[in-house]
Design a protein around this ligand. Structure first.
Ligand SMILES: NC(=O)c1ccc[n+]([C@@H]2O[C@H](COP(=O)([O-])OP(=O)(O)OC[C@H]3O[C@@H](n4cnc5c(N)ncnc54)[C@H](OP(=O)(O)O)[C@@H]3O)[C@@H](O)[C@H]2O)c1
Length: 306
């Protein structure tokens, strides 16, 4: 049972639905909605209060692509949280490959750098006490159905992982789905590495699976959006993707069910929906401890002290 949780990207899609489902769990007293846009956050808070009949939501302003905002958010937390859901993310907006002031791409900052900094700051301040869940993706091990290849690294060295962080690995690609999978792969590696460092906290990477009803494709180029949305519609008809409630339920399960083990990446066993299993059984690189640590070292090298 968790008393308090912080969810990033809680004003839409899976983050908001996870907040709704968690509010209905017994014992949950406080849910912090981590959002970058105050107006959207207020609207989500109101909607969640109405949907659940509970006044347990509090807004925390956080833009995970901006480390100063991440640090300010941690400072603003008056008490520790028992659970953290690193959900904000997706394809990084229209300028996904542009660099942030920390030297990583926008898509990397939103999906991973900000969450690493957030976790580090929470741990340093002793403000995270039980479980951290990262919103992973099957894209991390490749998804044939969506035309996404398994990340193909040559050396898995710190330098090669750093080239995923700053985007050099991807050349001049204009397609945000190209870096997305390798970034989610690095996230799962980082989670496994930090799980070995902090044995008192459960670090679970959980993919929601292919989930409809989110705003996930809205910032892709019009052509890519058309293709991806069309594919999702067709796959929903074929039973190969699922609805929002099902995707968010995976997060709730990862948070509340302790049989989901620390350091493990769980996602669909086959395709993008259905039963969940350990992804290292499908892609052995995920359990390589040197790769995990190299990914962590590479990410940490972009986080300069404030
Ligand atoms: N949907 C799927 O099929 C699927 C599958 C696998 C994994 N995932 C992962 O699940 C997570 C949620 O996806 P979703 O489909 O629910 O996406 P979504 O509907 O687009 O929601 C994304 C949320 O993240 C927030 N966000 C984006 N950039 C942010 C930033 N810099 N700082 C703070 N918040 C930020 C958005 O806020 P704004 O409203 O302000 O933009 C929004 O609340 C993502 O990490 C995604 O990669 C999704």
């Amino acid at each position: 049972m968790l008393k308090s949780i912080l969810i990033t990207g809680a004003n839409a899609g899976l983050g908001k639905e996870c907040a709704r489902q968690m509010a209905l769990q017994s014992g949950v007293e406080k849910i912090y909605l981590g959002c970058r846009n105050k107006e959207k956050a207020k609207a989500a808070k109101q909607e969640l209060e109405q949907a659940t009949g509970k006044a347990i939501f509090e807004i925390i302003t956080i833009d995970v692509s901006d480390l100063a905002s991440v640090r300010a958010a941690v400072k603003s937390l008056k008490e520790p949280v028992e659970g953290l859901v690193m959900n904000a993310g997706g394809t990084g907006g229209k300028h996904f490959s542009e660099k942030t002031k920390d030297g990583v791409t926008q898509i990397f900052a939103v999906n991973l750098l900000g969450h690493v900094a957030l976790t580090n700051e929470l741990l340093k301040a002793k403000k995270l006490t039980k479980v951290a869940l990262y919103a992973g993706s099957e894209a991390a091990r490749g998804v044939k159905e969506m035309g996404m290849k398994r990340p193909a690294l040559k050396t898995s060295s710190v330098a090669e992982f750093a080239s995923i962080c700053d985007g050099v690995f991807f050349g001049n690609t204009k397609d945000a789905t190209v870096p997305y999978g390798p970034i989610k792969y690095m996230a799962a590696l980082w989670m496994s590495s930090i799980a070995r460092e902090y044995s008192g906290i459960r670090f679970v990477t959980m993919s929601p699976g292919a989930t409809t009803g989110t705003e996930g494709f809205n910032t892709l180029s019009p052509l890519k959006r058309f293709v991806m949305k069309g594919m999702m519609k067709m796959m929903l008809m074929l039973g190969k993707v699922h609805k929002l409630e099902v995707g968010a339920q995976r997060f709730v399960d990862g948070l509340t069910n302790e049989s989901y083990q620390s350091g493990v990446f769980y996602a669909s066993q086959k395709g993008l929906t259905g039963s969940i299993g350990e992804q290292s059984k499908l892609f052995a690189d995920l359990s390589n401890e040197s790769f995990q640590d190299n990914a962590k070292i590479a990410i940490d090298s972009f986080i300069k002290p404030s």
